[in-house]
Design a protein around this ligand. Sequence first.
Ligand code: NAI
Length: 296
Amino acid sequence: MTALELSSPVAVVGTGTMGQGIAQVALLAGHPVRLYDAVEGQARTAAAAIGARLERLVEKGRLTAGDRAAAGDRLAPVDSLAELAGCGLVIEAIVEQLPVKQRLFEELEEIVDEDCLLATNTSSLSVTAIAGTLKKPGRFVGLHFFNPAPLLPLVEVVSGFASDETAATRAYETARAWGKTPVRSADTPGFIVNRIARPFYAEALRLHEERAADPATIDAVLRESGGFKMGPFELTDLIGQDVNEAVTRSVWESFFQDPKFTPSLAQRRLVESRRLGRKSGQGWYAYGDDASRVGP
Ligand code: NAI
């Protein structure tokens, strides 16, 4: 089973942080890419943001002006799901809510061709459950990129209960052809990385709640002596506190509320106050003009 042909269009549904990054990867690999988002104007905004990022790559000498122009010509924001007919792969990166994802794929199933691969970028929902309402769930897999998708090589290729082996292999080979380092995983809560990362965040949050050390100290210790690129607090500010908390909650619920995965009250307060991290200008740390202030 080979990778998706380069002439085959890739659709990205949900063009926020992850959708934009994934679209950039598929685009630079050589595919035509179509962008769709439920919020009016968002797919165009995303296309402009991707264009600006490609321009920066040209300025840094990592992309030729010709390749940048050709990539721009292959990128198309669209206004309706119906315009995704004819795509060879649809990757979904919308809100992390099971019924919303299920509804989207039920609609897509009626639009795309029989041989179109359907993939979700979910961090924590069950791939099996997302595909559970589909008529033909065999071609459905998880294709889990990490943030920022253009930079981080790892992609988890997740087989749900009903995923065909051919679909998973095709997704794996496609990720490899895109220059990524794919790894196969069964459909288990948190897959591989998010599962292992839960105790990393949880223990850091507990240390902070016990006033053993503050976030800046814990981050610095892990960065400077632990061999980590980022500490848990700055990393969750990058991921988004809401996204990170949702993953913890989902893994906790999937394991029948195993106390090992109990979500953190301190993180809950952060999300409730919309201190979501870099994207909202404040999380554990403040960003922008207020950069000197440290969060709660
Ligand atoms: P985001 O909030 O930045 O973007 C989500 C986009 O989806 C928004 O533009 C929104 O308008 C759109 N959307 C929502 N419902 C839609 C629908 N029904 N149809 C079409 N578009 C819709 O979210 P982000 O961070 O990009 O996450 C997206 C997915 O990727 C989630 O499943 C998340 O768990 C997963 N993920 C997130 C990572 C992260 O670090 N942020 C890492 C890996 C996976």
